[in-house]
Design a binder for this molecule. Structure first.
Ligand code: NMX
Ligand code: MLT
Length: 425
């Protein structure tokens, strides 16, 4: 048994007891009210989900198991995965054990490469990535055990098994998508000496494998890993997983949501916008030029990608972490310079426009410029990189949800007329 599974097996009975007691002692207590505005407005702020892996404070950003994200930027993504699941950072031996588990499970079956090679040459990389994850469902231990008659108390164990298998393979699959889709030559096999994040950077094959490129990928994987459970991708995965669809189905479903421009695809849209600015002005524009260019976009009814958030009301600390990295390694780069200048100009524009509740940058405003600097220029690929990282959080949430014995998700919908009448009352 892996050390991670042992650790969880020792913690989960306590968690289950807390859930049982809460339901028994306070099951009928009211903890929040729902306004008409919330029903009409994407359920914003409705407290109806449990997520212990992380929380997003509107004035602080994401806090993973009590630790603000800016205090975790020097951690490996594997350490974050352990933290998300157990609430503690791993000891050295635990980290080694987890890394060994991942290495053992990292081989990608040949049929995945055949499927990826059969895509149209202009397919979107997210469609390729999500299809590969759905196809990998063939490997699901959760489903095969369920078919044999798995007990409810074992759901979390096989969710963990599938999660480890899937997460171990994702860097290879994602790098394979990149190399196939953009004609970069043969697939690069993982280097057994490298950790999970650095291996992803290595297998993309875009840079001379410098330590700062590896560091950027580790940081990227850590920063995007989890953002509580109400965001589109995590929530979708939660709903799909609640039907006892196995983690492959659940993760693929969530990442299909990540592929939307208001969610993870904003990183692609943001870099596209930055490149447009660079090409239009032949470098970093002045404040006035940038303001006019951005206003034109707003006047067309388009959003400024990478700005605004459904929960946050401050600059996303993940943006801050990326900017700090950029200032250290590429302070004079033109593309990074535009990202910094956008930060000077856009919040005021959005405040003047008066619509966005949060005028500040989110994680997607800076991430692309850094990948671009290291040679990952094909920005339609960027959401795949986000997806590899987000699988850490989604899988952790699925394990915890099954550990708590959560039932199938099934809220009640009402008709518009019902709502109009209820509002009159
Ligand atoms: N540029 C222009 N208008 C905006 C922006 C923006 N960046 N952000 C919000 N608004 C508008 C929004 O479209 C809405 O307009 P309308 O009333 O005409 O429909 C109005 O402001 C109120 O929206 P909010 O309540 O502030 O935002 P909401 O919670 O509905 O949506 C986002 C949050 C993140 C979807 C929204 O801010 C947005 O579209 N941002 C740009 C896309 C983006 O960066 N998404 C990435 C989010 C992070 N991630 O990785 O997932
Ligand atoms: C995320 O990381 O999922 C985004 O910031 C979106 C969100 O939290 O709603």
């Amino acid at each position: 048994m892996s050390m991670l599974k042992e650790k969880l097996a020792s913690q989960i009975p306590n968690l289950q007891e807390k859930v049982r007691n809460l339901a028994k002692e306070s099951g009928k207590k009211s903890v929040s009210q729902v306004t008409v505005e919330q029903v009409l407005g994407g359920m914003r702020g409705v407290k109806s989900l449990i997520c212990d892996t992380s929380e997003v404070a509107l004035d602080k950003g994401v806090i993973i198991r009590g630790i603000p994200i800016l205090e975790l930027t020097d951690k490996l993504p594997e350490e974050i995965f352990w933290l998300l699941l157990t609430g503690e950072l791993p000891k050295n031996a635990e980290l080694k054990d987890l890394q060994n588990e991942m290495k053992k499970r990292s081989e990608v079956p040949e049929y995945i490469w055949s499927i990826l090679k059969s895509f149209p040459s202009d397919a979107h990389p997210m469609s390729m990535f999500d299809t590969a994850i759905t196809a990998l469902e063939h490997e699901s231990k959760f489903r095969s055990e369920y078919d044999k008659g798995m007990k409810k108390s074992q759901y979390w164990e096989y969710t963990l098994e599938d999660s480890l298998d899937l997460i171990a393979k994702l860097p290879s699959v994602a790098a394979g998508v990149y190399r196939i889709r953009f004609g970069k030559g043969s697939i690069i096999k993982p280097d057994p000496k490298l950790d999970w994040g650095a291996n992803f950077a290595f297998m993309l094959g875009v840079n001379n494998n410098t330590t700062d490129w590896y560091d950027l990928m580790r940081l990227y994987m850590t920063l995007h890993s989890d953002h509580e459970s109400g965001n589109v991708s995590a929530f979708t995965s939660h709903v799909v997983g609640s039907a006892l669809s196995d983690p492959y189905y659940a993760v693929a479903a969530g990442l299909n949501g990540l592929a939307g421009p208001l969610h993870g695809l904003a990183n692609q849209e943001c870099l596209k916008f930055v490149i447009e600015l660079a090409e239009h002005f032949g470098g970093v524009p002045s404040d006035e030029e940038m303001k006019n260019f951005a206003n034109e976009r707003l006047n067309k009814g388009m959003v400024i990608p990478g700005y605004g958030h459904a929960v946050l009301r401050v600059t996303d600390p993940r943006f801050t972490a990326f900017c700090d990295f950029g200032k250290k390694y590429m302070a004079d780069d033109k593309i990074f310079g535009i990202v910094v200048k956008l930060f000077d100009v856009v919040p005021k524009l959005l405040m003047d426009q008066g619509k966005a509740k949060d005028p500040w940058p989110n994680v997607d405003a800076a991430s692309g410029a850094l990948l671009y600097y290291y040679g990952l220029k094909e920005y339609v690929y960027y959401t795949v990189v986000f997806g590899v990282s987000r699988a850490l959080g989604i899988c952790s949430q699925l394990v915890m949800s099954h550990a708590m014995g959560e039932p199938i998700t099934r809220p009640k919908s009402v008709t518009l007329d019902w709502l109009i009448n209820a509002a009159k009352d």
